[in-house]
Design a protein around this ligand. Structure first.
Ligand code: MN
Length: 251
């Protein structure tokens, strides 16, 4: 039986059924999980913590998807209004719900795969910080916001050889797409940067087995492997490793 994997949606002002408020989720996430042998299901955006608890009690894993920016006051209370104004904020209820899902998934030691916004939010949930806007706060870095080329590898990342990510991909370099203007600044305690762009920007996080041993399967990446998985096997292998961890969890 396919392991049930929860996939987080965003709230959208309008959807297919008249202009009613709707949830929104790129189909590529679901296809990538399906192709890897999982059963993807999404859930309502609810700020009731009981929803996260009950949903994860019935799931084998959690996939945190991309989206708009995280409220910067959550990780940098001193953020200036000028810097904050450069954000395109997601609905605050999505931040609340996903933070609860992250806490509960880690408490249960469920496999967690976190992409782009999800990568940043796990870092925030565990006490790390973000660059609120790379062009403002880290000028001279690689162009990380290449939305027009989101289905292409636009910059390489170097992967730590002894990481879960390197084992999953089967290589220590990987070409990635890049549609972000924020990034992890200080990794949270217990997390380890396992991939970086040429400019040093962190592109993936895992548990640091030296300081946070005994946790479940966790990988977060700053890019969008779901967009590349259909054409690039290295990216599909990240989903395969995640779904395999979920399958083992159900046995
Ligand atoms: Mn990037």
């Amino acid at each position: 039986m396919r392991p049930l994997i929860l996939v987080t949606p965003s709230l959208a002002p309008a959807g297919v059924e008249m202009p009613d408020p709707s949830i929104s989720l790129a189909n590529a996430y679901l296809e990538a999980v399906l192709e890897a042998g999982g059963l993807p299901l999404t859930l309502p955006v609810s700020t009731d913590p009981g929803v996260a608890t009950d949903a994860l009690a019935q799931a084998a894993g959690l996939l945190l998807t991309g989206g708009e920016d995280i409220e910067p006051r959550l990780h940098r209370p001193e953020v200036t209004d000028t810097l904050r104004s450069l954000c395109f904020l997601d609905d605050p209820s999505r931040d609340t719900m996903e933070l609860e899902l992250i806490r509960e998934a880690f408490r249960r030691r469920l496999p967690v795969f976190a992409l782009c916004r999800g990568h940043q939010l796990v870092n925030v949930a565990l006490g790390g910080t973000l660059y609120v806007d790379l062009p403002s706060e880290a000028p001279g870095t690689v162009e990380h916001n290449q939305v027009q080329r989101r289905f292409e590898a636009v910059h390489p990342v170097d992967i730590e050889p002894d990481s879960r990510m390197a084992a999953s991909v089967g290589a220590t370099t990987l070409g990635v797409n890049s549609t972000h203007h924020q990034a992890v600044r200080e990794p949270a305690p217990g997390l380890r940067a396992v991939a970086r762009a040429a400019d040093g920007i962190i592109e993936a996080l895992e548990w640091d087995n030296a300081t946070a041993p005994g946790n479940g399967w966790f990988l977060s990446v700053q890019f969008h492997p779901e967009r590349l998985a259909p054409t690039q096997p290295e990216h599909a292998r990240l989903f395969a490793a995640f779904v395999e961890a979920c399958r083992q969890r159900t046995q």
